[in-house]
Design a protein around this ligand. Structure first.
Ligand SMILES: [Zn+2]
Ligand SMILES: [Zn+2]
Length: 245
């Protein structure tokens, strides 16, 4: 393993826009931030503030770019270009700030090539999904193809995890979705992993929900003993079933 490990990190930013004159308030300014989030440049749930600066009205968008490449390239995204064209505005400022950010342990993989990947739920991190098997950095969403279905599976697993954690209606249903290898959620996740694997020509292991009542000593697919990964999580894997946990 002589390869250099390079990491990149999320970058909080403040972007300001003048609001067009004529009072057309800007529900549709939200399309910029949701478009950037959809395309994987920023994390979901950015904050938008409106304010009056002198005689001009402005919007402030406080968001977090997923890494330095996203910060460099966001203005070239289709949603940003369409937005600037239709509103005839340019961003006033775009700076990273020392904002508190709950993503300090999120790293972007910058490895030159990949031997294998994990498809993993990370319900507490700002973004989940494809993880490099070598450095465990994530592959940012803008590097993924929509047809692989990673984003829609990721959205579903977050909602299911949320239902489970609320310990209310649907809790036991959600737990079965997370726990059972053949549940709709896990079947979809394994299908997504197969699609990514076919597209990239490398194995993609699907990471299962960690049992809360004790570690799995056998692979839930083939019942054979797993291999240790050397990481705290996923700690074990089965290469023949393409599962990890
Ligand atoms: Zn990597
Ligand atoms: Zn197995």
């Amino acid at each position: 393993m002589g390869r250099r490990m390079a990491v990149d990190r999320p970058l909080p930013a403040l972007i300001r826009f003048p609001l067009p004159d004529g009072g057309k308030d800007s529900g549709d300014l939200f399309y910029l931030s949701s478009g950037l989030a959809q395309a994987g440049f920023i994390f979901w749930e950015p904050r938008e503030w409106r304010r009056v600066v002198g005689r001009r009205r402005e919007v402030e968008l406080i968001c977090t770019f997923v890494d330095s490449r996203a910060l460099r390239d966001w203005k070239k995204s289709a949603s940003a270009r369409a937005f600037f064209k239709s509103h005839q505005v340019e961003p006033l400022v775009c700076t990273t700030q020392d904002l508190l950010l709950d993503g300090d342990d999120v790293q972007t993989c910058a490895c030159k090539s990949h031997e294998f990947l994990y498809l993993a739920r990370q319900p507490f991190a700002v973004e989940s999904a494809l993880i490099c098997g070598h450095c465990r950095g994530r592959l940012p969403a803008y590097a993924l193809k929509a047809e692989w279905g990673v984003g829609s599976w990721d959205h579903a697993q977050r909602r299911v995890t949320d239902l489970w954690m609320r310990s209310d209606l649907y809790e036991s249903w959600a737990e079965r979705q997370l726990r059972e290898l053949s549940s709709d959620l896990n079947a979809r996740g394994r299908d997504v992993a197969r699609r990514v694997s076919a597209a990239k020509g490398i194995p993609v292991l699907y990471v299962l929900y960690e049992e809360i009542d004790g570690p799995r000593m056998k692979c839930p697919g083939c019942r054979r003993a797993p291999i240790a990964t050397g990481w705290p999580f996923p700690a074990k894997k089965c290469d023949s079933c393409l599962l990890a946990w």
